[in-house]
Ligand binder design. Sequence first.
Ligand SMILES: CC/C=C\C/C=C\C/C=C\C/C=C\C/C=C\C/C=C\CCC(=O)SCCNC(=O)CCNC(=O)[C@H](O)C(C)(C)COP(=O)(O)OP(=O)(O)OC[C@H]1O[C@@H](n2cnc3c(N)ncnc32)[C@H](O)[C@@H]1OP(=O)(O)O
Ligand SMILES: CCCCCCCCCCCCCCCC(=O)OC[C@@H](O)COP(=O)(O)O
Length: 377
Amino acid sequence: MGLLQLLKSQFLCHLIICYVFLVSGLIINLLQLCTLPLWTVSKQLARRINIRLAYCITSQMVAALEWWSGTECTLYTDPKSYPLYGKENAIVVLNHTFDIDFLCGWTFCERFGVLGSSKVLAKKELSYVPVIGWMWYFLEIVFCKRKWEEDRSMVTKSLQKLQDYPENFWFLLYCEGTRFTPKKHKISMQVAESKGLAKLKYHLLPRTKGFWVTAQNLRGTAAAVYDSTLNFRNDEAPTLRGILNGKKYHADLYVRRIPLELVPEDEAECAAWLHKLYQEKDDFQEHYTQTGRFPGPTVSPPRRPWSLINWLFWSCLLLYPLGLLLTQLISSGSLLTIVASLAVCSAVSFGVRWMIGQTEIHRGSSYGNKEVPLNNN
Ligand SMILES: CC/C=C\C/C=C\C/C=C\C/C=C\C/C=C\C/C=C\CCC(=O)SCCNC(=O)CCNC(=O)[C@H](O)C(C)(C)COP(=O)(O)OP(=O)(O)OC[C@H]1O[C@@H](n2cnc3c(N)ncnc32)[C@H](O)[C@@H]1OP(=O)(O)O
Ligand SMILES: CCCCCCCCCCCCCCCC(=O)OC[C@@H](O)COP(=O)(O)O
């Protein structure tokens, strides 16, 4: 192990990175709160400011992946579609297989200049996560309880609000609705069988209602669906802890651009279209497993310096006062202040560990985990 790699694996480094993320994140949440009065005066200006504030948070995690761990991201796509990425609104459909698939998604957003404005149909529980979840309120992220009857009107309303969004955005949909586990896969394939649908090897059966309502409400707003399939080389199982430890991964993303006009408007036809899409995604994953690559040409959209610059800015801003505080603390020799500082460090460490836990599949929800009574007709 090289010296740099050894440094990256040190707990103290992780504590510093997490301190900068947490404290800057809370400051930005506070700034977002301050934009509240602006929403009534100029909604579009408030949105543009919040896009930039959100960028300051999410790009720190992207910088950790791109610059700290040096993870490589390769894009497999049609060269004719490439110039359109980042220049139009799009609905992104992505497999939900890895702890950090969302972070790879953010990394591609960053490389095409839509990181601050990117959106997702997210489970409600994530809205309570400090920093990221709180930031999402101001970004007009669409939340769902994963109970269609309760979600229907709220999801529709939230999507309609995006129709006059002032900057290009990608709206991410994990149609599988939850992360892949062998148990969830087994149950969802029982559902597929009972519905006479083809079985999938690498995906859960997609939930079609969210996709249909998104396509319907973003028609005329989004130009295309980006069917995206992510995999990692050499059976890597990437984690956020691995990224913090400076471990380098190799992400491959296969993207097909499908004009939104090709998605059927009728709900049943749209559902059938999505099921077919997932069967094709499964074939691409099979191709990857057999050959170690996706079909078609590759490009590696370059890293941009902004995520690193933002990270360095917040680090300088927050580590300087921390350094001063620590020096004063040690020179004061007060046992009480030293104990209080250790308690704050432990709280930061505990808080961020809990947040990292949200990204870990083995701590995932029980959604899609329960055997459902099947109607075999
Ligand atoms: C150039 C580069 C291109 C791309 C770059 C890639 C990506 C970058 C893009 C953007 C990045 C932006 C942000 C990313 C940042 C962070 C994101 C992090 C995480 C958030 C993600 C989540 O929280 S995922 C969880 C929440 N989201 C969803 O669930 C979405 C999908 N779900 C739906 O759409 C659902 O329909 C619903 C949520 C709207 C409603 O849920 P409900 O459970 O009520 O669903 P349904 O009524 O649809 O389900 C019942 C039907 O499903 C069948 N079914 C299938 N499997 C099962 C099963 N296991 N158990 C029971 N039922 C099952 C069932 O038969 C029903 O079928 P019907 O035919 O009767 O409808
Ligand atoms: C600079 C780096 C500092 C690191 C600090 C850690 C920050 C943690 C950020 C938490 C972001 C949370 C996003 C989690 C996304 C996710 O993966 O959600 C899972 C859901 O889709 C589905 O849930 P489930 O049904 O449980 O599979």
